[in-house]
Design a protein around this ligand. Structure first.
Ligand SMILES: [Zn+2]
Length: 538
């Protein structure tokens, strides 16, 4: 038995704040209260006496790729922290980006393909570098730039040549210039895999990566996460074996919920594999849910939207791209629901949400939901869609960081300011009584629940504009949206998500109080430590 004292403990169970928490030898919470607990449990450990304890953060939509992808050089617009803590400066102009690529080119063996990640074309508008710009870096080696949304790549001519892509061999997702030549930008898996198959695929071929998983754990720990989703994984047997080895190790600092990605498999095969995977689960490694990707990303102009994109034609699309066409999505949702398999559905655009809601309505009519199903991102849902989700009993996990990272671009380039100002409508969804979680989608945006919380509370864009203030939520609601609500979306609320007697002692220790600091300072509160099953992680 162990008693900890803190300045304040927010349990999220009652309004009242506490100062002491007792944890039994199995890592469960035995009691929570005030100084009187010392009488029963002995002297308190006071190492966190000046700090604030909250339930361990639950990142309900991120990817283990957040750890894997750092084996590649980062070339994103904004500077970012490596999971090990080093800061990598951003490439915030085209010349800066090309200079970084040239530097890398000079440092690499002559024929090795170059893969980098984190790039986002939308910040460069019409100046965005295409194949010719990359050819100025090298025509010797293939160059593959992964966009931060992971739905697009930009490549040089050498990569296109090796993949056999030219004006006579075009498929959906291979974008072209005014002359009809491939311009180097490729969207979504079918097109991207033509390049990967020819030059290699360290990102999507890199799921079985023990070092990457270890880095993912570090990334979670430094941002206060004690349970993280890995929301799309092919979960091949070797990958699962590696995960068991890494995650079940007592030094791995968080629980991992890895969901089976079910593109390019039949619904029958998906159901069989999801059920089989339950056998490989443990206290720390959760398996058995399924992830469907329906459309692309809004900032990549590949989310399926009802109204054409503002700059859609310039970007080669009007209404986006289907990743799983609606009939395939419906078949998968119905088959999984029939087998009581939790389903996470990626829906970014409003049209994608329409079709997912239709599919869930059909599924519910056939077999009442026994497990949580979740609409992931759900950024453009309107009032009627939210109402329908509520009536069906679906949960929502919004991509709150979008307001900051792409809010300005959404107003000017993608969906226009009317829709942008009500993207990720957390206020409205909470008022309807929906379960609302918030996420980072790391590595798409940096792992960091406090930033996600900050974004939903303040709704400030990177340029400092206030975007959709009527959709702001308060700090207590936002804290719930990064702890208890995502625990519900992962089916784990009986165990984690709040600090209550009998639950696991997964705790995040903060240097400041997110419920009382200036709301604009929430993102800057230092994470002091995390506890998993009552033990301080290292
Ligand atoms: Zn994602």
């Amino acid at each position: 038995m162990k008693l900890y004292q803190a300045r304040t403990i927010h349990s999220l169970e009652q309004d009242q704040a506490h100062t002491h928490i007792a944890i039994d030898d199995d890592g469960r919470i035995a009691a929570i209260g005030g100084a009187e607990l010392a009488g029963q449990y002995g002297a308190a450990d006071t190492r966190f006496a000046d700090q604030v304890m909250v339930p361990g953060f639950v990142e309900g939509h991120a990817h283990a790729m957040e750890g894997v992808i750092w084996k590649l050089p980062y070339v994103g617009f904004y500077g970012r922290y490596h999971p090990d803590g080093d800061y990598v400066a951003g490439c915030d102009s085209v010349p800066a980006l090309l200079a970084r690529l040239k530097e890398l080119d000079a440092s690499m063996p002559a024929d090795e393909p170059m893969f980098v990640w984190g790039y986002d074309a939308i910040y460069f508008g019409e100046d965005k570098p295409m194949r010719q710009a990359l050819d100025s870096v090298s025509t010797q080696r293939p160059i593959v730039i992964h966009h931060s949304n992971l739905h697009l790549i930009t490549v040089n001519s050498t990569a296109l040549d090796r993949a056999g892509i030219d004006r006579d061999h075009l498929i959906d997702g291979i974008y072209t210039d005014e002359q009809g030549e491939p311009n180097g930008e490729l969207a979504e898996m079918a097109a991207m895999f033509q390049v990967y198959n020819a030059v290699g695929n360290p990102v999507f071929g890199g799921f079985n990566d023990a070092a990457g998983l270890v880095r993912y754990g570090r990334s979670g720990r430094r941002s206060g996460v004690t349970t993280a989703a890995d929301l799309y994984n092919q979960l091949e047997p070797e990958t699962v074996a590696t995960m068991q080895q890494v995650v079940n190790d007592q030094d791995f600092p968080m629980r991992l919920v890895s969901t089976l990605g079910v593109m390019q498999v039949t619904s029958q095969a998906a159901v069989t594999r999801a059920i089989e995977l339950r056998q490989a689960a443990s206290d720390k490694l959760r398996l058995g849910a399924v992830k469907i990707v329906t459309d692309g990303s809004i900032q990549g102009f590949s989310a399926r939207v009802r109204q054409p994109y503002v700059n859609g034609v310039e970007n080669g699309v009007e209404n986006g791209v289907w990743v799983a066409p609606p009939p395939a999505m419906e078949d998968m949702i119905m088959a999984c629901n029939r087998a009581d398999i939790p389903v996470h559905v990626h829906v970014n655009g409003d049209q994608a949400s329409d079709f997912a809601l239709q599919a869930f309505a059909k599924a519910a009519a056939e077999h009442a939901f026994q497990v949580p199903h979740v609409l992931q991102h759900a950024q453009m849902m309107d009032s009627q869609q939210l109402r329908q989700a509520k009536d069906l009993g679906l949960n929502i996990n919004f991509f709150a960081n979008h307001t900051y990272y792409w809010g300005d671009q959404h107003c000017q380039q993608t969906v226009g300011s009317d829709i942008a100002s009500r993207m990720n409508p957390a206020r409205e969804a909470l008022d309807m009584g929906l379960v609302v979680a918030l996420h980072s989608d790391a590595p798409v945006t940096p792992m960091g629940p406090l930033h996600v919380m900050w974004s939903a509370v303040n709704r400030v864009t990177a340029s400092g504009a206030l975007l959709g203030p009527e959709q702001r939520i308060n700090a207590a609601e936002a804290l719930c949206a990064i702890t208890l609500a995502p625990a519900i979306t992962l089916g784990m609320e009986q165990e984690i998500g709040s600090l209550a007697v009998g639950k696991r002692a997964d705790i995040t220790v903060l240097a400041g109080d997110p419920l009382t600091v200036d709301p604009m300072a929430i993102k800057d509160i230092p994470v002091v430590a995390t506890l998993l099953d009552g033990k301080v992680t290292h």
